[in-house]
Write a protein that binds this ligand. Structure first.
Ligand SMILES: Nc1ncnc2c1ncn2[C@@H]1O[C@H](COP(=O)(O)OP(=O)(O)OP(=O)(O)O)[C@@H](O)[C@H]1O
Ligand SMILES: [Mg+2]
Length: 252
């Protein structure tokens, strides 16, 4: 398992405000990472820089050994570094399966949706459906394949967002507060599925989450951030004990 993401000396300012103050971090493939830190410490900004939403003032980001600093978001996405988003309103009317099919890379999603109206499906389309079902099985959503997406629970919706990312060919998935507003039982289930995807597909996850009492038992490695810097990293039990980390939370 090699390094999948490397961030070196990343700095980002907004006017006079220093949001990221020289961030260095390295992620190995096939692990679950969490980024913690008080409000305003720069977590979302870091994800925005990595996924191409913001250009850093200085520093470098490399994905799978390739320099992606300053690339536009769609190019980074195409390389397999994908951030999940809430499913847009029009897509909520589509079924669970259809939501995966429209996320398939290199095909017009529209063509896939219209495919059943034609007499024969192309091989490519059959393969896309098979792939979608494999992903739905991994997520334990397969039984819901024909349900309209709006009928899903909050936790299932998060899983569908992950399914869409996987269908697009994601190797690394970034999620900003994936279990915000999800009830504890389902939140544990969501994290359990992430572990399953890590183990079966080698997917790397980078999560931002405030609900540490739920999240920490599922992650391999913690990065703690304060005032735009990484102040501690390592196993959850170690990082949470560090005085710097406790102080950052108390001071916030
Ligand atoms: N587009 C922007 N324009 C100006 N300032 C911004 C912008 N985005 C973020 N900031 C500022 O940068 C700092 C870091 O914000 P960021 O959203 O990254 O924090 P965060 O760690 O994600 O916080 P939270 O836990 O509350 O989500 C904050 O002071 C914020 O106000
Ligand atoms: Mg944030």
């Amino acid at each position: 398992m090699g390094v999948i993401l490397e961030i070196k000396g990343v700095r980002k300012t907004f006017g006079g405000l220093v949001a990221l103050d020289g961030v260095d971090l390295e992620l190995e493939e096939g692990r679950i990472y969490i980024l913690i830190g008080p409000n305003g410490s720069g977590k979302t900004t870091l994800v925005n820089v990595v996924t191409g939403v913001y250009k850093p003032d200085s520093g470098r980001v490399a994905f799978n050994g390739r320099d992606i600093t300053g690339l536009p978001p769609h190019e980074i996405y195409r390389l397999g570094l994908v951030r999940t988003f809430q499913i847009p309103q029009p897509f909520l009317k589509l079924s669970v399966l259809e939501n995966l099919l429209v996320s398939k890379r290199g095909q017009s999603g529209e063509a896939l949706l219209k495919a059943p109206l034609r007499n024969s499906w192309l091989m490519e389309e059959i393969e896309a459906v098979e792939e979608a079902f494999r992903i739905l099985e991994e997520l334990k959503l397969a039984d819901l394949w024909d349900q309209p997406s709006y009928a899903l629970s909050g936790g299932q919706m998060k899983l569908l967002e992950i399914g869409r990312a996987l269908m697009s060919g994601a190797r690394m998935i970034m999620m900003d507060e994936p279990i915000a507003g999800v009830n504890p039982v389902l939140a544990h289930e969501v994290f359990g599925r992430l572990q399953r995807l890590r183990d079966s597909m080698g997917i790397t996850f980078f999560l931002i989450e405030h609900r540490l009492e739920i999240a920490l038992r599922y992650v391999d490695h913690v990065f703690a951030m304060a005032s735009g810097r990484i102040i501690a990293e390592g196993k959850p039990e170690k990082v949470l004990m560090e005085p710097k980390v406790i102080e950052a939370y108390l001071g916030a």
